[in-house]
Design a binder for this molecule. Sequence first.
Ligand SMILES: [Zn+2]
Length: 138
Amino acid sequence: MCAYLDAHHLHHTTERMTILQIACELRTFSVEELRKALVEINISRATIYNNLNLLEKAGVLRRLDKEFGVRAGQYELILPHSSTIKIVCQRCGRVSEIKDSTIIRMLADKKFSNFVPEYFTLYVHGHCKVCRRQKRKP
Ligand SMILES: [Zn+2]
């Protein structure tokens, strides 16, 4: 984690280390989820937002609502050289990481002409269980 901050020329403040540690555990999270995880530590809302902005600018985190235009305040940890599959709800914008060894293996084995793949991030768009249930209600 310290190497992560050093590589991005960020100081190791206690608050930043704690936020980064939780981001590493959650990998994909909303600001609310992060705040819940930080509830026992006295970190102000402003400090949380300042650190999220800094970590985003440094390329440690990616803000997903910029990417998908929905559900403000969702972030993901940028994991270089690591393949991930994420499902994105088009209605509420919730992004979750899923594990699917079949897809991971299939894409890892895929041959491209004049290109050698190293890793990938796959976003699968659709509707989550909650939104599908709400859609059915009259
Ligand atoms: Zn949804």
